[in-house]
Design a protein around this ligand. Structure first.
Ligand code: UGA
Length: 440
């Protein structure tokens, strides 16, 4: 008999996971406590930008294998395996707020009608799963056996469909052979296709997830720290990164120096790991992560400072800035902790007029930053701009026409804060092209 699956929480992670599970052949019920979100998904609409997901999800909704609703009781009656995909946003002091996880268990577990496996996918502080095990034991109906496993998710926004169907590794934190068996059933297809499986205990599974993100953040801040040094020493960080990357112990990925990392995961996970390690008395072990965070935030400050200097200094900043990019990275409309939006906001707060263009993130960006002006095209954002900032490395920005844009802007300085534009056409069009730690 094919296992039936529920996915609780249908944000970026849950909606993608639900569609992915349907694609793997399972009957899936997605549950969200936001009726508008559940209704949109039921109509086959994805309320955020994720390439390939609308097609996948709408196909399985139409085919009847994938449904969405708001009832945890319906999920309790329906599924053999329940995936917890709710948010764990930062609370005070950077520690993760686990209230959505507890609320999901409180709504689900008392209504379970058969033995089942609950699988945590949300990113949590180490030790959470053990605490949830106690809660589940207290809530489970008489005679029903409920197992808990932790199966962290490593998908990248913008590549979420591919990453869900072809995970680069599967981590199963389990306490029983039955839980391992069920997870192997769920992931039969990717395992057969070669995804490696790491079987471990609950705390290791939880820690694998946060340490993976902390490591990625460390790589980015390392190269950004080198970019700071390159700026002073007259060296070029892009060539430095290329040379480092040829050593396959280091590798080329995540050595892109620029404006630093953002999004709903890396910044929050670094801070949550510091908070949790400190709680556990191991603050010293992760002290270096404070510097990782600090280097990251300095990137934004540096671009703000340089822009204000170009406009004549903080007190006289009255110019116009045209900003290319609002999303925290390309192929996404996510503006959570977006470095681009942060820079735009800081400039606005300093009195600068800021007009932003982003190919996908205008609606969410406007919702959180109504003080900014949003334009419908790059040229409109650059209209009469004194300084142009390239803050999110969308591919289309590499195809802009610098000659035409020179006739649109008032000033002639562009700061490529992502180090991904080709300086040559900008320089030949007469732009003063600046980059971060890169010689142009
Ligand atoms: C990250 C991880 O890459 C995923 O493996 C993980 O599953 C996910 O968090 C999560 O915890 O859910 P994501 O937040 O989608 O994925 O974004 P990344 O592709 O990791 O990029 C993070 C940030 O780093 C972006 O702002 C990006 O612009 C920046 N970045 C990335 C750089 O500044 N330089 C680089 O070389 C690479």
């Amino acid at each position: 008999m094919m296992l039936r699956i529920s996915v609780i929480g249908t944000g970026y992670l849950g909606a993608t996971h639900a569609a992915g599970m349907a694609e793997l052949g399972f009957e899936v019920l997605g549950v969200d406590n936001n009726p508008a979100k559940a209704a949109a998904l039921s109509a086959g609409q994805v309320p955020f930008h994720e390439p390939g997901l609308p097609e996948l999800l709408a196909g399985h909704v139409a085919g009847g294998r994938l449904r969405f609703g708001t009832s945890l009781i319906a999920a309790a009656e329906f599924a053999d395996v329940h995936f917890l995909c709710v948010g764990t946003p930062p609370g005070p002091n950077g520690a993760a707020d686990l209230s959505q996880l507890y609320a999901a268990l409180d709504g689900l577990v008392p209504h379970l009608t058969r033995n089942c496996l609950i699988v945590g996918k949300s990113t949590v502080p180490v030790g959470t799963a053990e605490a949830l095990t106690d809660r589940i034991a207290a809530l489970a109906p008489e005679g029903i056996s409920v197992d808990l496993a932790w199966n962290p998710e490593f998908l990248r926004e913008g590549h979420a469909v591919y990453d869900t169907l072809h995970p680069n590794r599967l981590v199963f934190g389990v306490t029983t052979p039955d839980a391992e068996w069920a997870l192997r059933q769920v992931y039969t297809t990717p395992i057969a296709a070669g995804s490696p499986v790491v079987i471990t205990n609950l705390p290791t599974a939880e820690l694998i997830k946060v340490s993976a993100n902390a490591f990625l953040a460390t790589k980015i801040s390392f190269i950004n720290a080198m970019a700071e040094l390159c700026d002073i020493a007259g060296a070029d960080v892009t060539l430095l990164a290329e040379a480092l990357g040829h050593d396959d112990r280091i590798g080329h990925k995540f050595l892109g120096a620029g404006l630093g990392y953002g999004g709903g995961c890396l910044p929050k996970d670094v801070r949550a790991l510091i908070a949790r390690a400190t709680e556990l008395g191991a603050g010293e072990s992760v002290d270096f992560l404070r510097d990782i965070d600090a280097v990251n935030l300095r990137r934004r400050e540096r671009v703000v400072r340089e822009t204000l200097d170009l406009l004549g200094g903080e007190n006289r900043a009255r110019g116009r800035v045209g900003v290319l990019g609002a999303a925290f990275k390309p192929l996404s409309d996510d503006v959570r902790d977006s470095p681009a939006l942060d820079v735009a906001r800081q400039l606005r707060a300093a009195g600068v007029e800021v007009t932003v263009f982003d190919p996908a993130a205008t609606v969410p960006a406007r919702a959180v930053a109504p003080q900014l002006v949003f334009a419908a095209t790059p040229a409109a954002a650059l209209h009469e701009a004194d300084v142009v900032l390239h803050l999110t490395e969308w591919r289309e920005f590499r195809e802009l026409d610098p000659v035409f844009l020179r006739t649109v802007a008032r000033g002639r300085t562009i700061i490529d804060a992502r180090n991904t534009l080709d300086p040559e056409p900008w320089l030949s069009a007469g732009w003063d092209f600046r980059a971060l730690g890169r010689l142009v």
